[in-house]
Every structure is written in C-alpha cells, then in structure tokens.
Ligand binder design. Sequence first.
Ligand code: 5RP
Length: 227
Amino acid sequence: MDQNELKKQVGQEAVKYIKDGMIVGLGTGSTVRYMVDALGARVQNEKLNIVGVTTSLRTTKQAQDLGITIKDIDEVDHIDLTIDGADEIDDNFQGIKGGGGAHLWEKIVATNSNKIMWIVDESKMVHQLGAFPLPVEVIPFGSQHVFDELKKRGYKPEFRLTNGNKFLTDQKNYVIDLHLERIGDPFALADELIKMVGVVEHGFFLDMVNTVIVGRESGPEILQARD
Ligand code: 5RP
C-alpha cells in the first residue's frame, strides 16, 4: 500500500466518528482531503445533517463543492469534533503541524473543539519531534528581524517560498520553517517562540489530541492519547 492509500484509509475511517447533528472541524492537507471526500459522500448518501468549520480556504472550497454546509468559526458556539492531519506525532502524542501552512487557523479551530482527532499514515509517527521543519507563522512587518533573531539562536530558519516568492498563509502572513532535526523540549521551545514579537503562531500542537488514527498496511490503528 502506498502512502496515499494509507491516507485514504484513515480518511475513510475517521468519518465513521461523525454523527448526525455534529459541528465538525475540518482540517487541511492531503489526508484531510480524503476525509472530506468521504464526508461529502455520507452527506449525499445518508442525508447526514452536519455543519463543518474549516481551517483553510482550500478545505472550504472542497467541502462546499461537495455540498457540506460550512459555517465560520465565529458563527458556532462549539465544535464537537475536529479531524485534522499532522506532520509528526511523537511517543507522547505531541505533534507538529503546519506543513500546509494552515496551522494558525487549525490551532484556533482545535482549541475550540471538544475532541480532536488526527489522521496520519504511519510515516508520521516518530520517537522525537524535529526531523520535520517546525513552521512559525510571522506577520510580514519586521519579519526579517524575526528571521535574524531565530538564526542567531541557532534555529536554522528558512522562509517558506512558493514559485520564488514568500509563501502567504490564508491570513496573509509568512511562514519561517525551523530546521531543528531534534527537539529536546517542545514545551520550552513553544513558550520561547510564542513570546517573540511578530510571531503569530508556531506549529507545535502540545497536549491537544485525543485520538490518533494511524494508517498501516494491516489496517487503521486507533490510539487514545487522552480523554
Ligand atoms: C496543514 C497541516 C496538515 O494537516 C499536515 O501538514 C499534514 O498534511 P498531509 O496530510 O498532506 O500530510 O498541518 O497545515
């Protein structure tokens, strides 16, 4: 089974957790894409009555095209369950997200969710975070100074680019990826980064996830992180 098949497997498994009447947070990324496809099919076939709250313009477009009702996060008073992808998950269920540059909106949706589920293929499960570059979203104004400071601290920063231009998030900010390789203390680094003026959000998602579905050759594995 290739990686895409594993992503599809977990996407299809995850929608089984969505019940009629729920308000569901819809993440971003290639794995979530499969999940939203499967959710769209349930909405069509079973006349499932759900509301989606999206974490990116990409997901909004896909969901609406499939006939899923979408509300803005500020139009709902709660979110029952958010299903999202992840870039790395360590042995303690701490995660790095933001490979798609959507981690700011993803974190806002996750923070306002009663339950959080991540869906990943098995390559995302790691013993220690850091091989995947840690995304840091910064406002454009003064961002070179934030970059220089990150460099001075030895965090190997790199502005994320698309077609030679600085990548813009849906919030019209830049992303600086930190090539750290191994992160000893994610909590300390998260704290340090969020205190830097100009940093809007980093890609650490710590003590957040409740359930992880891992795509494996043998079938989806369901892991309970916390209640
Ligand atoms: C986007 C994210 C994604 O969920 C993460 O990058 C995983 O993406 P994919 O499912 O394509 O591997 O955090 O900001």
